[in-house]
Design a protein. Sequence first.
Length: 204
Amino acid sequence: MAAIPALTLRAQPSCAEPITDVMPMAGMRNTLRHHRGEVTGVVPLGDALSHTDPTLALGLAFGLIHATELAVALDDFKEPTHAVAALTSSALPQLQERFALATGMGEQRRRHWMGEPVDLTHRTGDYELFTLVAGGATAAIDPDIFRMLNRRMGLLERTTVLDSDVELQQRIEDLFAQMSAVPRQRNTPTRSNMLALIWNAAAA
């Protein structure tokens, strides 16, 4: 981390003190369960209903949203099974589209990490990563894209706020092309240098 300029500060003892050894996080899968209230008194919410890539940070948000929707449903319906059905009907559309986003992004990242061709630069390419990479980069210079992406990722808007807006997708694509055309000075270690650092650290 200390060899990467953007992360150097976070690797300094004055900034962060490790309290454990390095622990890998793996084996997590995107899941979407279809709960129909089969077990009386048990209502899965948040990650228990749908778990997605933790980099999207949806677990806590959905947990709070579902808890609120369950409370409203229990107030509106005397019969618990009807309350659960109302909750499911309310929660499922958002969960399904976020599950699709996370699943698509995961598959595209896997191909990218495996060295396979991935198109992050065009809306007609690998769309989910396009929204993350090109969208994230252009949000830094365009206030409309910034507001849209943050509302979309923050669950204040449905994913369709971008998915159905071809004009805004094209704007992201055009701006990203302009940004990519500007030569950038490399200030990060090369792959071979980074591998050497890792091997030396492992040997020590």
